[in-house]
Design a protein around this ligand. Structure first.
Ligand SMILES: NC(=O)c1ccc[n+]([C@@H]2O[C@H](COP(=O)([O-])OP(=O)(O)OC[C@H]3O[C@@H](n4cnc5c(N)ncnc54)[C@H](OP(=O)(O)O)[C@@H]3O)[C@@H](O)[C@H]2O)c1
Length: 337
């Protein structure tokens, strides 16, 4: 599948009232957090290359590198403010000594303080899409969304989003203020959202933004066993499905993916992404995955996946994989409640 020449992503509206964006976004988390050592100049080149290929949705969060990821994006945003849709998130409060320990806040004063800090780090006067990263079990979601809606009224935020929420939470939130996007893990290996969340997103007129669409790199063949192959500081080493016995078992699930990739002359990652993009037509809603990469050439590869049309035969090989995955998405301490 070609990655060179003139290429522009198709665009799609992010929810009924949301902004138009390239149909594939860019996850920026790994540029400063969670996935081992990073190279700032390569990260910046990746951002520029993504924009050239029609990527306009750039995804970050206040918690990625304790603000460092938002700061990394600031010069890029300043240079292209009107051409990019900046999405950030609040709500996860990480223990600076141990990123595997964290709490969640969704009360009004926390929401108001968080947006001010994000705007400062991002170097902009408004965020285009502001997500509740996780729901605070101590605060009714209506209260958190009402606080977020105040930010819209004040012009600090253009659109609202939710991450890792249930179908009922989506409906409750949308009754308070329109929700443009719901961000959840959705991939060949993680299809939990199809049990109700997708229907609620469609019903409320939002878009679905799948995160970790490449199974954090495992589906692209980036590593075999996170503990053996990745840097000691890489957080993937604690994700149950990517280490030890589970990783070995899940590795075997990649052979149908390899088979489909050969048929299309594509890479594993491209087929994994093409499957996620296919869910838009299958479920009848806008789907804008945000694969994460720090490398310009991978942006070219990943965006080219939007041109792959999977056949019914391909889907019959790929659809059964998720049900066979061994191991949870997160360890107990990090599991979304
Ligand atoms: N809402 C949430 O709770 C939540 C949770 C997790 C992530 N996210 C967001 O979703 C974004 C994407 O998720 P993710 O980064 O966890 O997982 P992902 O997109 O499934 O995978 C990213 C990993 O795959 C590698 N990769 C990317 N393209 C590749 C290719 N073509 N070939 C081989 N390897 C490739 C990347 O390495 P390189 O960087 O070295 O290319 C990186 O290690 C994040 O950046 C973040 O913005 C949100």
């Amino acid at each position: 599948m070609t990655t060179t020449g003139t290429f522009r992503l198709a665009t799609v509206r992010l929810g009924r009232g949301g902004p138009a964006v390239g149909v594939q976004g860019l996850g920026c988390m790994g540029m400063s957090f969670a996935y081992g050592p990073t190279d700032t100049s390569e990260a910046r080149a990746t951002l520029e290359h993504a924009l050239e290929r029609g990527v306009t949705l750039f995804d970050t969060a206040d918690v990625y590198g304790a603000g460092a990821n938002e700061e990394l994006l600031a010069p890029f945003i300043a240079a292209h403010r009107d051409d990019v849709v900046v999405a950030t998130k609040f709500g996860i409060v990480m223990d600076p000594q141990d990123p595997t320990r964290r709490t969640v806040r969704g009360d009004r004063s926390y929401v108001r303080g968080s947006i001010e800090a994000s705007l400062r780090r991002l170097g902009t006067d408004h965020v285009d899409l502001y997500y509740m990263h996780r729901r605070d079990p101590a605060v009714p979601i209506e209260e958190t969304v009402a606080a977020m809606a105040e930010l819209v009224a004040e012009g600090k935020v253009a659109h609202l989003g939710l991450s890792e929420v249930t179908a009922d939470e989506i409906r409750a939130a949308a009754a308070v203020h329109p929700i443009a996007a719901v961000q959840c893990e959705w991939s060949l290996f993680s299809r939990g959202v199809e049990d109700g969340v997708v229907a609620a997103v469609r019903e409320t007129g939002a878009a679905l933004v799948p995160y970790s669409p490449l199974g954090r790199g495992f589906l692209a063949g980036l590593f075999h066993d996170a503990e053996e192959d990745l840097h000691p500081a890489d957080l993937r080493r604690i994700l149950p499905r990517y280490t030890g016995e589970a990783a070995r078992s899940n590795q075997a699930l990649l052979s149908p993916l390899r088979h489909v990739a050969r048929r299309h002359g594509a890479t594993l990652g491209q087929i994994a992404l093409a499957w996620v993009h296919h869910q838009a037509a299958r479920h009848g809603l806008p789907v804008v995955p945000i694969p994460g990469t720090r490398r310009p050439q991978r942006v070219a590869e990943n965006t080219a996946a939007t041109r792959i049309a999977l056949t019914p035969d391909d889907l019959s090989l790929l659809d059964p994989l998720a049900a066979q995955v061994v191991g949870a998405r997160y360890p107990g301490t990090l599991a979304p409640s």
